[in-house]
Design a binder for this molecule. Structure first.
Ligand SMILES: Cc1ncc(COP(=O)(O)O)c(C=O)c1O
Length: 349
């Protein structure tokens, strides 16, 4: 009963096979491998972006922080949601890699930036005042950190506000595939056709061992990205093993298949949870993450049986039986029906 994170899931067998296949003989290092040439073409075709610059790194934090750094100066702002990974979970990496740019946090329901708040934050900046931080870049997360998905219209509304102020827009797509499967749109529609300039296209949470692609639709910053990636220690010498994972991920729609499995598992878990007394969802489930509240007694049963998931920060297993505690549960491509049935049976006591 592993619902702590999609990061805890195993690597998909197709990816392990691709790694083994790539482990034959010798290959050029540092991203000049032949598999990467194919991956670049695959990604350009998938995103309908023949001129896009495409790079691979091993972590989402690097993908985000290096992408942001390529688009702003240290005296500019990164506009992000208060709950965003960049703000909450990257140990200051965006600030570090941008040489000290300021993260300006914005609020909005369901972990999505409210356009009025972005507009107000931008309006408050005087571009002629050397005392204040200047406009820089917008970053949004898809799926959000609370498992919700921006609609295409919502993405477009935010990027239009950014563009009206000459700001580019970045999309943290650590769970890109889960969001895309939910929306049923194309990668191009969820990105450049909605005004996104640069994407962290995640793979690790969806069955890869550790690869995220950075896709820049305007390749002007490509050389800078290459330099920053090397300087950050994120240019892997045995890069072919990153390429091999991404190549297999994009072959025969494996990436969509894996995300569909994760989302379907979350849908089944959601239905089962909502059949329990006193259980409510905190956020609409739009991918593979569930935020639910149920009584402490049920949490006690679950934890005693070894179920893995996180309680919301600051909550404790000590306290009244019927108090409702919030749980974050994440499914993956490998979540089984048995896991879901077993978990829900235990919650029932
Ligand atoms: C929304 C989001 N962005 C980025 C990341 C980056 O992940 P990492 O640097 O751990 O690969 C994560 C991982 O938890 C995430 O949830």
């Amino acid at each position: 009963m592993h619902f702590a994170s999609d990061n805890t899931a195993p690597v998909a067998p197709e990816i392990m096979a691709a790694l083994a296949a790539a482990n034959q003989g010798y290959a050029t290092s540092y991203g000049d491998d032949q598999i990467m040439d194919r991956v670049r073409d695959q990604i350009r075709a998938l995103f309908e972006a023949p001129n896009a610059a495409v790079y691979l790194v091993a972590t989402g934090t690097a993908a985000n922080a290096l992408s942001l750094a390529c688009h702003i100066n240290p005296w500019q702002a990164v506009f992000c949601h208060r709950l965003s990974h960049a703000e909450v979970d990257e140990c200051g990496a965006p600030e570090f890699f941008t040489n000290g740019a300021k993260l300006v946090v914005l609020d909005g329901e369901n972990a999505k930036i409210n356009p009025d708040n972005l507009r107000a934050a931008l309006a408050s900046i005087d571009a002629t005042d050397p005392h204040v931080i200047q406009r820089g870049i917008l970053t949004i997360t898809q799926l959000t950190e609370r498992g919700t998905a921006y609609s295409l219209n919502e993405i477009h509304a935010l990027t239009t506000i950014a563009r009206d102020d000459n700001m580019p827009s970045h999309l943290d797509g650590a769970r890109f595939a889960n969001a895309l499967v939910h929306l049923g749109c194309t990668p191009a529609e969820m990105t450049w056709k909605s005004g996104i300039d640069v994407v962290s296209f995640g793979g690790t949470k969806n069955g890869l061992m550790g690869v995220e692609a950075v896709i820049m639709f305007n390749p002007d910053q490509a050389w800078e990205f290459e330099l920053r990636r090397k300087r950050a220690g994120h240019l892997l010498s045995k890069h072919r093993f990153l390429s091999a994972q991404m190549g297999a991920y994009l072959t025969d729609n494996l990436w969509l298949d894996l995300a569909k499995r994760a989302n379907d598992a979350a849908a089944r878990l959601e239905t089962a949870l909502l059949s329990l007394p006193d259980t409510t969802l905190e956020f609409p489930r739009q991918g593979n993450m569930i935020f639910a509240r149920f009584p402490r007694t049920a949490h006690r049963f679950a934890k005693a049986a070894g179920a893995e998931y996180d309680l919301y920060f600051g909550q404790s297993m000590q306290g009244p039986d019927h108090e409702l505690l919030g749980a974050r549960m994440v499914t993956s491509w490998s979540t089984s029906q048995r896991d879901i049935d077993g978990f829900v049976a235990i919650l029932r006591g």
